[in-house]
Ligand binder design. Structure first.
Ligand SMILES: Nc1nc2c(c(=O)[nH]1)N[C@H]1C(S)=C(S)[C@@H](COP(=O)(O)O)O[C@H]1N2
Ligand SMILES: [Mo]
Length: 378
């Protein structure tokens, strides 16, 4: 059981949470801690219903009491704060639709294989988050000039095989990102109070960043003057590249551009010679400017698929929200009967696009592989 300043915190029932996730159609990866993902055909909603939102935890989920919960804001500030939930709710509220993607989404696509949770392609979901602006809270506390980073601490924690002693889930943001990324201290998800699985009563939301930044069950914000080197900051959630024989490290930050095919589903049997292809696409760095689709047809089942290399632009069907995924669609006619392979790739306004194989890194982050599904037409 994790401890916070006021003593041990009760935990959600692991078996019950797991059963609820499976009943909602999620694919279970681990029961305790609870980790589960969607399948690509489940990704098409403008916002993902909460029961079908992916879950990613490193520890058992704490059940916090909203009456005694406080958000402590301290460190290099002029006036340390201890905010009640009601005080946070009295600040100007903002709502933003944000796609959260786990940095390890797609990890099973890396070759050679990498360690870590065995995510396929569904550790991603979108919700409308409502909360107070982080910058308002930091302004109220008053940042001191020596501040460099802001550390966010969750109420969850426990032992990890890799390190001695218990670890809390904590992450930092550079001060500029804490103030200017549009980060929210969110207390609502899709218009309802945040559920326990997603960080009740308050979580951080950092639009555009991989979801590891979105600290759940937030209890403390600490402004610090040195780079923060916690386990989830400096040992994990770091790209470890090997470039020209040299090891390079880079912190995991914004989401890489990615398109996912929602329909048709892999393995579908499609009647006729027309494919109605649709999906979602997002990017942390800039808005998605285009999605392209290619259909390679074998003609006769079993003869192998010819790579036609013709990428056609899909229609971006909105909503044109900057931080939530966009839906896209395309109809392709005259597809020969037999096996067809459909691929989709996205590009953003910052010039990022998707490679067939994202760069291999030792912990398997940022795996924005081009999504492909194979279907039978005819
Ligand atoms: N306190 C806390 N916050 C956390 C985590 C965690 O284990 N504990 N996991 C992070 C990671 S790696 C991801 S991908 C997202 C998952 O958010 P979700 O479970 O709401 O989908 O939460 C992030 N915030
Ligand atoms: Mo994650």
């Amino acid at each position: 059981m994790p401890e916070d300043r006021r003593g041990p915190v009760p935990e959600a029932d692991a078996e019950q949470s797991w059963q609820e996730a499976l009943a909602a159609g999620l694919v279970g990866r681990s029961k305790d801690p609870l980790n589960c993902e969607l399948t690509p055909p489940m990704l098409g909603d403008e916002v993902t219903p909460e029961r079908r939102f992916f879950r990613r935890n490193h520890f058992p989920m704490p059940v916090l009491n909203p009456a005694s919960w406080r958000l402590a804001v301290g460190g290099l500030v002029r006036e340390p704060l201890s905010l009640h939930l009601s005080e946070l709710r009295e600040l100007p509220a903002e709502s933003v639709t944000v796609t959260l993607e786990c940095a390890g989404n797609g990890r099973t696509g890396f070759s050679p294989p990498v360690p870590g949770e065995r995510w396929d392609l569904g550790a991603v979901s979108t919700a409308r988050w409502t909360g107070a602006r982080l910058s308002d809270v930091l302004d109220r506390a008053g940042i001191r000039p020596s501040a460099r980073e802001v550390v966010f601490r969750g109420a969850d924690g426990g032992p990890l095989p890799e390190v001695p002693g218990p670890v809390r889930f904590e992450r930092s943001l550079p001060l500029a990102d804490a103030l200017r990324s549009g980060a929210l201290l969110a207390y609502e998800m899709n218009g309802e109070p945040l559920p326990v699985a997603h960080g009740f009563p308050v979580r951080l939301i950092v639009p555009g960043w991989y979801a590891v930044a979105a600290v759940k069950w937030l209890t403390e914000i600490e402004v610090v003057g040195e780079p923060f080197l916690g386990f989830f900051q400096d040992s994990h959630y770091v790209y470890e590249w090997s470039r020209d024989g040299r090891a390079e490290r880079e912190p995991v930050r914004v989401q890489r551009v990615r398109a996912m095919i929602v329909a048709p589903a892999a393995g579908a049997q499609v009647a006729g010679d027309e494919l109605a292809i649709s999906g979602v696409a997002w990017s942390g760095a800039a808005h998605v400017t285009h999605v392209e689709v290619t259909v390679d047809a074998a003609g006769t089942p079993g003869t192998g698929i010819a790579d036609t290399g013709t990428w056609r632009p899909a229609e971006l069907a909105g909503p044109a929200s900057r931080f939530g995924w966009q839906r896209w669609q395309l109809r392709v006619r005259g597809v020969p009967a037999g096996t067809a392979r459909v691929r989709a790739r996205a590009a953003d306004a910052a010039g990022n696009n998707q490679l067939a194989e994202p760069e291999w890194n030792a912990l398997g982050y940022g795996g924005n592989f081009v999504h492909e599904v194979t279907v039978t037409v005819g």
